[in-house]
Ligand binder design. Structure first.
Ligand SMILES: [Zn+2]
Length: 510
């Protein structure tokens, strides 16, 4: 009925009138556009969203959906399906992911739920930073029962819905094998974050020098000679004036810790990244390991990769201090600054970007990051969009929140096997003693944040007699409160941007 009125209105008064009445018609204003001879927009329905295409055209026929004839006009109601998302990307180039290279400020804005991108776009629109809106690790896919196609398609719809033309990236995050890289590339992802942790030898630091020397001598002779010729007792001066040197002990250790990781990375680069028909932002991640990356090790890894002609856009070292999920940095900020300065100088020296993982909520170190990188940096934030989604539930659906909170407490131990955290559940206020309006504040307290942050997979997957215990209801509520969620997220990500000194550059085209 409403659709009929809308089409009549459009026929009589044109597209601007439709945009003016977006609220009344439940349509997303920024999605309304004319293309070919058709009108496109996304409409909010009771249970979800749908793509509406009014008037036949070449593109009209490519979408799958139900055709309705109103006032002599053919209109199509199409699902936001994987199939239709592919047609959207083909038709509207700005909905395709792209690569950004080595100079832009990029922000990884992972979205586990597939509903956060509108809020992320609202935060980043008009700034000089670029969003990597699709960003998911294999672990996250498993815990949320999604595929890379789903991740990319959810973002595609969000970009179209918001009419965001600033460009976005898609990051296959923490991929550990050729097979995983292949899948991400085939899905159309534009950034590959290679997780090298399984090829980093963490046992070396626990060995005696005698053991290390013995192991070192087992490396191929030509390799040893080459390494020694290049590094031993040499001094490398960075553009910043700082110096890196390698004594024999350092060289032996570093070579043993990282040589397999270097070979692995080279293989992936040569066989997959370089051969891709698209430009790929290739990121090297050596952060998910127990050994913090010393500036010396960072320099060694970068130099070796360069010598092997591996072209990469960013590198993620493991910085000192703790980057726990969902909370601020734990550690000595002065010491962090001293090392960060060197890491940043090394990245500058070679011309790639530093990448900071688990970056959400680490606001206390953002000014340091901003000072030394001058905006040539990649920062990954992710899971806290989920926390903010739960804040929406705490605020508007307190009963549901209470149930989930108690569930999370019961299952916390199970969830922590995936993470390193120091959460103390005793610090969390007793929910039975809190009034409804106090619930959102819970999500400002570190231990409660980690409680909800880490149990997301269990909360979303728990079933009873084949039905999801919470998932479907949660999604219904998020759909209902999508405006509120967008505002909360915009503020949350906005805080990060501000601490990074990201400027607002109003470009209307975005
Ligand atoms: Zn990482």
């Amino acid at each position: 009925m409403q659709l009929r009125m809308m089409i009549k209105d459009y026929k009589k008064n044109g597209i601007e009138e439709l945009k003016n009445k977006a609220v009344q018609y439940n349509i997303y204003k920024n999605s309304v556009l004319e293309y070919g001879s058709s009108l496109f927009f996304i409409r909010k329905a009771e249970m979800g969203r749908e793509l509406i295409i009014v008037k036949q055209s070449d593109t009209f026929d490519q979408f799958r959906g139900e055709i309705i004839k109103t006032d002599g006009i053919y209109t199509k109601k199409a699902n936001l399906s994987n199939e239709n998302a592919a047609v959207i990307r083909d038709t509207f180039k700005y909905t395709q992911p792209k690569s950004f290279g080595k100079d832009e400020t990029t922000l990884g804005l992972g979205d586990r739920l597939g509903i956060a991108s509108p809020g992320h776009i609202a935060a980043i629109r008009g700034t000089n930073a670029k969003p990597i809106l699709a960003q998911q690790s294999i672990r996250e896919l498993q815990l949320t029962n999604r595929t890379y196609q789903d991740v990319l398609d959810d973002v595609t719809w969000a970009v179209f819905q918001e009419g965001y033309r600033g460009g976005y990236g898609a990051d296959g995050d923490h991929l550990k094998s050729a097979g995983e890289v292949k899948m991400a590339l085939e899905t159309g992802f534009t950034m590959i974050t290679l997780d090298c942790s399984e090829y980093i030898n963490n046992t070396i630091n626990k060995m005696t020098m005698v053991e290390i020397e013995k192991k070192y001598k087992q490396l191929p002779f030509t390799k040893l000679k080459e390494l020694e010729k290049y590094y031993l007792n040499k001094m490398f001066v960075l553009n910043s004036g700082e110096k890196i040197t390698f004594k024999k002990d350092d060289l032996m250790k570093t070579a043993l810790i990282y040589h397999k990781m270097i070979d692995f990375t080279r293989g992936i680069y040569q066989n997959q990244i370089k051969k891709s028909d698209r430009v790929i932002d290739f990121e090297i991640s050596i952060d998910e390991t127990s050994t913090p990356t010393t500036p010396q090790a960072h320099y060694f890894v970068a130099t070796e990769l360069m010598r092997l002609a591996v072209d990469f856009v960013s590198l993620a070292p493991k910085f000192i201090g703790e980057f726990q999920k969902g909370i601020d940095y734990i550690g000595d900020i002065k010491q962090f600054e001293q090392e960060f300065k060197l890491h940043s100088a090394i990245a500058d020296h070679f011309g790639y970007k530093l990448s900071i993982h688990s970056g959400s909520d680490k606001l206390s170190i953002y000014p340091v990051i901003a000072r030394y990188t001058n905006g040539r940096v990649h920062i990954k934030t992710s899971g806290t969009s989920w926390l903010e989604a739960m804040r929406v539930i705490a605020k508007y659906e307190p009963d549901l929140y209470r149930k989930i909170h108690i569930f999370a407490l019961r299952h916390f131990k199970e969830a922590t096997k995936y993470y390193h955290v120091t959460t103390n559940l005793d610090n969390i206020l007793d929910i039975s003693k809190l009034r409804d309006e106090q619930l959102p504040e819970l999500l400002c307290q570190n231990d409660a944040r980690q409680l909800i942050h880490l149990t997301y997979g269990l909360i979303l997957n728990d079933r009873q007699q084949g039905n999801y215990l919470y998932k479907d209801e949660l999604y219904q509520k998020w759909h209902k409160y999508e405006k509120e969620y967008r505002i909360i997220l915009k503020r949350h990500i906005g805080r990060h941007l501000k601490k990074l000194g990201i400027k607002i550059e109003l470009k209307l085209s975005d």
